[in-house]
Design a protein around this ligand. Structure first.
Ligand code: KIV
Length: 264
């Protein structure tokens, strides 16, 4: 079973860490069977499962509901839950109470929060409550209104330097790993070389200690295109649509169910 110390110890390992989102028993079973190192119940589930336009409407109850399902089916992988918007912005006490729900109700190993040095107080409070924390820098989807859309971040020298400072600050505060999302590859390499904890990239190029993708994106579970950084390994939406269409044809043509598919 993967643990937080074992995950952290993979910093700089020649074998990159493999992290994948999961949101229910089905996605967890597939990811576990494929041997991923960690399962992230990302608040992206608000967009890919719940049909919202952003992650901002996602609540603690939404996240706990899905994380419990993942927790029931998890066997070996590290289990990390995303703290949704406003669950850690209203003070350290509220953040600890919300994070504790993931531990108590869903059995997570760690929580993830977005943001750099401005989150130090919350990070320290969570660690003080013995809850391991993963950081998340760069394109932080909960800042979509401030960013004005989902755009690659830290393209200027000043913004890149600020992001490196943020990474060093949260790493020194004790996060066990940092997600780097939507930043130039060269910057990811600089961050990875600057911190003593594993960096996990998404849309951040190859120079990270590991990679994460949203399972719905890499399996093509939804119609429509995918962002540039996604590699599609399946087209499950097309496969499912074809299967349902063939079944519907069989029902309408009265060839389903057959006598073999019926009780005597
Ligand atoms: O919500 C999410 O799925 C995430 C990953 C993209 C890192 O935060």
């Amino acid at each position: 079973m993967m643990t937080v110390p074992a995950f952290r110890a993979r910093k700089g390992s020649p074998q990159p860490l493999v992290v994948l989102t999961a949101c229910d028993a089905m996605t967890t079973a597939a990811a576990e069977a494929a041997g991923v190192d960690a399962l992230l119940v990302g608040d992206s589930l608000g967009m890919v499962e719940l049909g919202y336009e952003s992650t901002l409407p996602v609540t603690m109850d939404d996240m706990v509901h899905h994380t419990k399902a993942v927790g029931r089916r998890r066997r070996e992988a590290l289990l990390i839950a995303d703290m949704p918007w406003l669950s850690y912005h209203l003070g350290a006490k509220a953040a600890v109470e919300n994070a504790a729900r993931f531990v108590r109700e869903a059995g997570v190993d760690a929580v993830k929060i977005e943001g750099g040095a401005k989150r130090l107080e919350v990070i320290r409070a969570l660690l003080d409550a013995e809850i391991p924390v993963m950081g998340h820098l760069g394109l932080t989807p909960q800042s979509v209104l401030k960013m004005g859309g989902y755009k690659v971040q830290a393209r200027t020298a000043d913004a890149a330097a600020a992001l490196i400072d943020d990474a060093i600050a949260i790493a020194e505060a004790g996060v066990f790993s940092i997600v780097l999302e939507g930043i130039p590859s060269t910057l990811s390499g600089r961050v990875t070389a600057s911190v003593a904890v594993p960096t996990i990239g998404i849309g951040a190029g190859p120079d990270c200690d590991g990679q994460v993708l949203v399972i719905h994106d890499m399996l093509g579970m939804l119609p429509g295109g995918a962002p540039k950084f996604v590699r599609r390994y399946a087209d499950l939406h097309a496969t499912a649509t074809d299967a349902i269409r063939r079944w519907a044809d069989d029902v309408r043509g009265k060839t389903f169910p057959s006598s073999d598919e019926s009780y005597g």
